[in-house]
Design a protein around this ligand. Structure first.
Ligand SMILES: [Zn+2]
Ligand SMILES: [Zn+2]
Length: 370
């Protein structure tokens, strides 16, 4: 009976839309602003849901803030987003025809993908082998193996970590850490300037990350984020000397790995799990570690070429003076033409100084520092 009052035309079907998560204290004008943004025009007034009595299951007269309205059906394939922001609060919108779930489930207790941890009835499982009774890195895990040549990093105290506090100029703004720079770029590229400003002001990297994590990624961002990360790490290398020094002094062939639960940027495991699990069994892709390794390689190359040119300059200067001495000496001592022996000496020495000596010279200080 009541419903028909909200229908524009009895023949036309209407779509019921529920908005959950708003407290009663938020009035409808805030909701209307959100609906405007979504280009939604309700064909009814906004109606408040009442709470059902827990025992009698009868409708009470108590309102709980959840409200609904009717609108014309959306075009085929179109739907309203499930998660929205209204008056600074996260609200959920429900209507018929919306895709079932915006996200995939992953239980962080048993690692099955059809429920979340809160609804898990299984025993805790290992994230690596999905078996019960041990944690990753345990000797009883089939993927257990002590890893050598790892440079693990994590946390604000570790210069290799993006959480390490350091001033970094990027895209015309001074950021408080590499994480700030990354999350700021994400928010700008995903069109959320309000979040960008909050990230800029965030007191620490974790707060910046938390704001950034809430921003919905667009396709363009998903395609370019690793490139952005690489640019940021390269800039950190130029602007943050302790970071550069760390990369310079690392052993060649070391595997950098962020020991974090991030399955994209880190190993997906804690420190002990990472150090004692075969690398190809790490649940995470360790993208940050790979990017740091790539930048470290560039730094070492640069260092080698710097050293090479320095060494070459030194060598040339030395040679010139030695050559001068020798030619003077020869001129004094020899009566016959000495040009052959001088050029002969010169050629041999510069040959040996170039390819092999320089590369081993480049490597020695690195090992020493380590
Ligand atoms: Zn579970
Ligand atoms: Zn296991």
């Amino acid at each position: 009976m009541k419903l028909s009052r909200y229908k524009v035309n009895p023949d036309q079907k209407t779509l019921k839309v529920r908005v959950c998560g708003l407290p009663l204290s938020v009035n409808d004008s805030a909701l209307m602003e959100l609906l405007d943004e979504l280009h939604v025009k309700p064909t009814s007034k906004i109606i408040y849901e009442k709470i059902r009595h827990q025992v009698t299951k009868r409708m009470t007269s108590v309102l709980n803030g959840t409200r609904f309205f009717y609108m014309d059906p959306l075009a085929d394939g179109k739907h309203l987003p499930r998660n929205c922001n209204c008056a600074g609060l996260r609200v959920r919108i429900y209507h018929n025809g919306q895709p079932k779930m915006d996200r995939n489930f992953l239980c962080t207790n048993c690692w099955k993908t059809d429920h979340t941890k809160n609804f898990c009835k299984n025993d805790k499982c290992c994230k690596v082998c999905k078996q019960e009774g041990h944690v990753p890195g345990d000797e009883s895990c089939p993927a257990y193996e002590q890893q050598k040549s790892l440079t693990p990093f994590s946390g604000t105290a570790d210069v290799l970590s993006n959480f390490y506090p350091c001033d970094m100029d990027m895209y015309g703004i001074t950021h408080k850490s590499a994480e700030h720079a990354f999350q700021y770029t994400k928010s700008v590229r995903c069109g959320n300037l309000e979040a960008a400003n909050k990230i800029k002001e965030a007191p620490d990297a974790l707060s910046a990350k938390r704001i950034g994590d809430k921003i919905k990624s667009n396709d363009q961002w998903i395609q370019t984020e690793s490139q952005v990360m690489e640019e940021i790490i390269e800039n950190k290398c130029v602007q943050v000397p302790p970071f550069k020094e760390k990369l310079r002094s690392a052993k060649r062939g070391t595997v950098y790995v962020e020991t974090s639960y991030s399955d994209k940027w880190g190993s997906g495991l804690d420190r002990a799990g990472t150090l004692n699990t075969k690398q190809d069994q790490w649940p995470g892709k360790n993208m940050l570690g790979s990017i740091i390794a790539k930048v470290a390689k560039k730094v070492r190359k640069r260092k080698k070429s710097e050293q090479w040119s320095k060494a070459k300059n030194k060598q040339t200067a030395k040679e010139t003076s030695r050559q001068r001495d020798i030619s003077q000496m020869l001129r004094q001592l020899r009566v016959n033409s000495d040009s052959d022996s001088v050029s002969g000496y010169h050629a041999t020495d510069s040959d040996s100084s170039d390819p092999e000596t320089t590369s081993s010279r480049g490597a020695v200080p690195e090992r020493k520092v380590d």
